[in-house]
Write a protein that binds this ligand. Structure first.
Ligand SMILES: [Zn+2]
Ligand SMILES: [Zn+2]
Length: 184
């Protein structure tokens, strides 16, 4: 029985072992969110803060539905609607970012205290990899100057096929070739 529950338990244990730095950051974002909700005359519900904490404990890019499923797995009784509208609120107060990685792939990530970065997305498995290249900063200031723009932000997504998907494609192509040989 314990083995079957291992994953759920591990999630639970993992989420409760929080480093002091992380704890501090979570307190900071909670304060920002609290001030935002107060300013908008919105209710400061436990659910909203719990969702924020769950997001800041993650290190990935995630879809709204994944977050909802993860929260349910941890036995927190929060509705899908609450998860979705809290995400919208967190985007509005700049605590999370929403990316559109491809047509049907809206993904979120935390943004407070997080370094500027860009993304490469695998078109096969949808894996998202982050990268940071100072040359992009140079392009921003150069283009801003050249075209007389005050650049406020940018978005750069690159798409391609990751290493393991390249191998998978090769393998599939070989299998197809072999099959074709045998039918001739
Ligand atoms: Zn891939
Ligand atoms: Zn990212």
């Amino acid at each position: 029985m314990w083995i079957f529950n291992f994953k759920a338990r591990w999630n639970f244990v993992f989420s409760r072992v929080i480093s002091p730095d992380k704890k501090e950051q979570i307190e900071e974002v909670k304060n920002i969110f609290s001030a935002y909700l107060e300013g908008k005359d919105l209710r400061k519900t436990t659910e909203r803060f719990l969702i924020l904490e769950e997001i800041y404990l993650r290190t990935d890019h995630f879809e709204a539905e994944f977050l909802y499923t993860d929260i349910r797995k941890k036995n927190f009784n929060i509705s899908r609607a609450t998860v979705y509208n809290t995400l919208e609120l967190l985007v509005s107060c700049d605590l999370i970012k929403k990316h559109q990685f491809g047509k049907n792939l809206g993904q979120y990530e935390k943004s407070y205290g997080y370094k500027q970065h860009d993304h490469i997305i695998c078109v096969d498995c949808k894996k998202v990899v982050e990268f940071c290249d100072p040359r992009i900063q140079q392009i921003k200031s150069m283009m801003g100057e050249l075209l007389n723009f005050k650049i406020t932000h940018h978005s750069l997504n690159m798409y391609g096929i990751c290493g393991s998907c390249q191998k998978k494609r090769e393998l599939e192509a070989n299998i197809k070739k072999e099959a074709e040989k045998q039918t001739v």
